[in-house]
Ligand binder design. Sequence first.
Ligand code: HEC
Ligand code: HEC
Ligand code: HEC
Ligand code: HEC
Ligand code: HEC
Ligand code: HEC
Ligand code: HEC
Ligand code: HEC
Ligand code: HEC
Ligand code: HEC
Ligand code: HEC
Ligand code: HEC
Ligand code: HEC
Ligand code: HEC
Length: 328
Amino acid sequence: MREGSGFKDRKCAECHRQFVPGTQGLHPIIDSWGCDACHVDAHTRPQKRYKWLVADPQELCVRCHAGKGFKGPVQHAPAKMRLCVTCHDPHVSAKKKLLVSEPPLLCFDCHKQEAFFRKVRHSPAADGSCLDCHLPHSGDNPKLLVDKKVCFNCHDEAGIMGKKVIHAPVKALRCAGCHDPHSSSREKLLVSDKLCFTCHKPEAFQGVSVHYPVKSGGCDSCHQPHQSDTPKLLSETVPGLCFTCHDETEFKGKKVVHYPVASGECTSCHSPHAGAAPFLMATEKICFECHDEKEFDGTGKHIKADPRWCVGCHNPHQSDNGHLLRKK
Ligand code: HEC
Ligand code: HEC
Ligand code: HEC
Ligand code: HEC
Ligand code: HEC
Ligand code: HEC
Ligand code: HEC
Ligand code: HEC
Ligand code: HEC
Ligand code: HEC
Ligand code: HEC
Ligand code: HEC
Ligand code: HEC
Ligand code: HEC
């Protein structure tokens, strides 16, 4: 106890027994300075200030605690308003750091619990380790996160963003764009049943013809959500990707294979998602994207042909007959 205040304070503790110096969990300042670090002229009348405090409660604690931890650009509202005693007991507590109760219960005094107890729970949030991810007073990162890369304190960074192609929101560390960090009603803590369409416009995936796996919402049958060594986050390059579902022998092995098919450029004719024309094609005039329309106006050696008829005589992929003809 501070010199000169010893007697007075010991006196205080005679009646206010819960604050006896030396008690486990006592505010260290009581041990060193005594009660008058915060109270003056206790029990004198009239009571000059609330509980005879030396300053209003909102000013009191920051007289001694005003370090860096309280001055970050992102402030927790109750700490900013200096409502220190909503979370801390000024005198003594059986909980660590003089807390009135410990996380998560402490936090649930003000934050709704439901968001943490949905079907699929993220283990550190479920076990109440809120402080693994959040600072209690202030910090440099949005949402009081302890670190911009907080997720990688526990998850392997290379396993999520170590490959050549990284999905933009992953690169930007916007993990929460897809995962709820606390809990979710969906597997893998996903935030939506139509996850990809929360950012990608659904219009780009509609048309006269829609690819079956797109229609059924299976973006993941072709794309990886985080990263890939293949452009466009594909699980495999085209045409190998297509052959995971379509029979490869339909596209190679015969005497004549159409050049773009042989070179694996399936997407020069088919959109992988949807087309404005049948068979996932952008246009019914797909053949004229590469073959000169003028050669089919009937003036040359070829008959005058409507582009919709071409595949009546030619197989677009391959054939055992010359010129890709369906019949000799
Ligand atoms: C003789 C016993 C006794 C002593 C000694 C004593 N108190 Fe108290 N104190 C009480 C009682 C009884 C109350 C009223 C009950 C209550 O509010 O807890 C009280 C109330 C208080 C309060 C609360 C006032 C309020 O408005 O709620 C403060 C602060 C306080 N005491 C501080 C001190 C300090 C500091 C000392 C030492 C300088 C001290 N007391 C010494 C008995 C004592
Ligand atoms: C670090 C500052 C600080 C110190 C040191 C301190 N108090 Fe307090 N005390 C407070 C604050 C702040 C309140 C008001 C709490 C509130 O209203 O929630 C308070 C309230 C009280 C009360 C009212 C009852 C209660 O629990 O709210 C009593 C009694 C009391 N103090 C006694 C003491 C005694 C005795 C000592 C010394 C052993 C002491 N205090 C040391 C800050 C302090
Ligand atoms: C007169 C100076 C002073 C005042 C006023 C003061 N404290 Fe402290 N406090 C200290 C000192 C000294 C320590 C021990 C060193 C440290 O942790 O900074 C301490 C430690 C703490 C700790 C950490 C305890 C632990 O177990 O590690 C908490 C929490 C705390 N104070 C909260 C408060 C709150 C809340 C208030 C306002 C009600 C307050 N303090 C007012 C000086 C003060
Ligand atoms: C929303 C609740 C909350 C509020 C409000 C709050 N604190 Fe804390 N404080 C905590 C928690 C939780 C910890 C424990 C952090 C830990 O264990 O790492 C803590 C820790 C502390 C510590 C110990 C720091 C250390 O590194 O050991 C001090 C000192 C402290 N708080 C002072 C204050 C002061 C002063 C205020 C008011 C300006 C305040 N707190 C407001 C929740 C709060
Ligand atoms: C005394 C009430 C209170 C307590 C206790 C409390 N909070 Fe808060 N918290 C608030 C308020 C008020 C806001 C700001 C309003 C809002 O955005 O919901 C907030 C906002 C937040 C934010 C968002 C900050 C931002 O920048 O958007 C986080 C994260 C947070 N609290 C975490 C916690 C954690 C973790 C705990 C427990 C250690 C906790 N809170 C305890 C009142 C509280
Ligand atoms: C694994 C890390 C992690 C844990 C553990 C965690 N949080 Fe969070 N929390 C986050 C992230 C990340 C965000 C930001 C989400 C976003 O940007 O939408 C967040 C946001 C918040 C918010 C602000 C919500 C909003 O809509 O603005 C609150 C409040 C909050 N957390 C409280 C808690 C509480 C209470 C606990 C403990 C029960 C906890 N958090 C545990 C990572 C975590
Ligand atoms: C404190 C450690 C820790 C931190 C920080 C952390 N996680 Fe986790 N996470 C775990 C543990 C433990 C599991 C469960 C173990 C497992 O299934 O691999 C897990 C599982 C997951 C799962 C799979 C859930 C399931 O149902 O299979 C996802 C998704 C996840 N975390 C995302 C995140 C995101 C996003 C962040 C950053 C906001 C993050 N984690 C931060 C520890 C952590
Ligand atoms: C574009 C949406 C999206 C983003 C952004 C995203 N994820 Fe995921 N994440 C997913 C999907 C979808 C799965 C489920 C994959 C599966 O089931 O194979 C997943 C699975 C996970 C898993 C569980 C892995 C496993 O094998 O169970 C973890 C951990 C994870 N993500 C962490 C993160 C972290 C950390 C970030 C931020 C750096 C992040 N995710 C960003 C969509 C995303
Ligand atoms: C949080 C927002 C967000 C979500 C959710 C999201 N994306 Fe993305 N995605 C982006 C952004 C931003 C880009 C980069 C800009 C662009 O190309 O539109 C991108 C780009 C892509 C690319 C092109 C990558 C490249 O290297 O060119 C693919 C493929 C992709 N996303 C697939 C998906 C799939 C599949 C899902 C669902 C699992 C999904 N996205 C969910 C934001 C998102
Ligand atoms: C059958 C496989 C397959 C499915 C299923 C699939 N994609 Fe793709 N996606 C591709 C291929 C192949 C590319 C590359 C196209 C190219 O390079 O011309 C691509 C490209 C993209 C791009 C980049 C934009 C662009 O045009 O370059 C985005 C974004 C995208 N896909 C999102 C999605 C979403 C969202 C879903 C689910 C609704 C989905 N994909 C389903 C195969 C697929
Ligand atoms: C995940 C499995 C899967 C992958 C990978 C896949 N497809 Fe498909 N595709 C299907 C299914 C299922 C159908 C519908 C089958 C049916 O109706 O016979 C289909 C139908 C088609 C059709 C006919 C569409 C229509 O409107 O009749 C075309 C063209 C097509 N796929 C092209 C491709 C191309 C090009 C690729 C590679 C970029 C590819 N597919 C990759 C599963 C897949
Ligand atoms: C030169 C344009 C062109 C290229 C390149 C092309 N296709 Fe086709 N494909 C067509 C046309 C036109 C049709 C519809 C006409 C028909 O076969 O009757 C079609 C039909 C299909 C069908 C549905 C009918 C069927 O035969 O099962 C699938 C699946 C298909 N293509 C897959 C592929 C794959 C996989 C590749 C790459 C290996 C590919 N296509 C390359 C033009 C092309
Ligand atoms: C992406 C460009 C491209 C598209 C689209 C395209 N072709 Fe071709 N086609 C070629 C190339 C390159 C050749 C080989 C060039 C050459 O030998 O003159 C070729 C050759 C042919 C041949 C001659 C094969 C031979 O062995 O003589 C026929 C027939 C043919 N294409 C029909 C079609 C039909 C029908 C369509 C529309 C369904 C079409 N092509 C769409 C690029 C394309
Ligand atoms: C009535 C059947 C028929 C239709 C319809 C047809 N072709 Fe042909 N095409 C042939 C025959 C037969 C040959 C071989 C002519 C020869 O041996 O000189 C041929 C040859 C070709 C050749 C290779 C020879 C060359 O002229 O370079 C191309 C390319 C071709 N056709 C493209 C097309 C396109 C594109 C269409 C649609 C606009 C189309 N064909 C419509 C029957 C047809």
